[in-house]
Design a binder for this molecule. Structure first.
Ligand code: THU
Length: 138
């Protein structure tokens, strides 16, 4: 799937965010090596640390469905009113915990696509989490 299409899937997922506390909506679309796509959104909780990010929701859905090999993830985030009206501006970089979860399943060439469907950048996990700790470190 091309980058723009994967970002559109991420935007659709962001519209399903449950974020009554921050009113910040994030969506992620994770593509497997076989071309399947799993999506996720952030799911907040009244106990704030129990919140799960969109990226980890997508990885959880994919792994629970049996997927283990991944090609790329597209991430879209923004204020609720912007996301619900389809307006994406700027990049929503993954947090450190999500980068660490990516590193559990993906190598340094895994692609992280940030931005909007018509204005995006592509990073590698190696760029976003240099010299990270992983199973190869144990
Ligand atoms: N959030 C994500 O979903 N992914 C990230 O990588 C960063 C932050 C969510 C968590 C919380 O619901 C909201 O954005 C504000 O932090």
């Amino acid at each position: 799937m091309n980058e723009s299409e994967l970002l559109r899937r991420a935007l659709d997922a962001a519209k399903r965010a449950y974020s009554p506390y921050s009113h910040f909506c994030v969506g992620a679309a994770l593509e497997t090596r076989e071309g399947a796509v799993y999506t996720g959104c952030n799911i907040e909780n009244a106990s704030y640390p129990a919140t799960i990010c969109a990226e980890r929701t997508a990885f959880s859905a994919a792994v629970a469905a049996g997927a283990r090999e991944f090609e790329a993830i597209a991430i879209v985030g923004g204020r609720e009113e912007d996301i619900l009206s389809g307006a994406v501006s700027g990049e929503c970089p993954p947090c450190g915990i999500c980068r660490q979860v990516m590193a559990e399943f993906c190598d340094e060439n895994f692609r992280v696509i940030l931005g909007s469907p018509d204005d995006f950048s592509v990073y590698t996990l190696g760029q976003l989490l240099p010299h990270g700790f992983s199973k190869n470190s144990m």
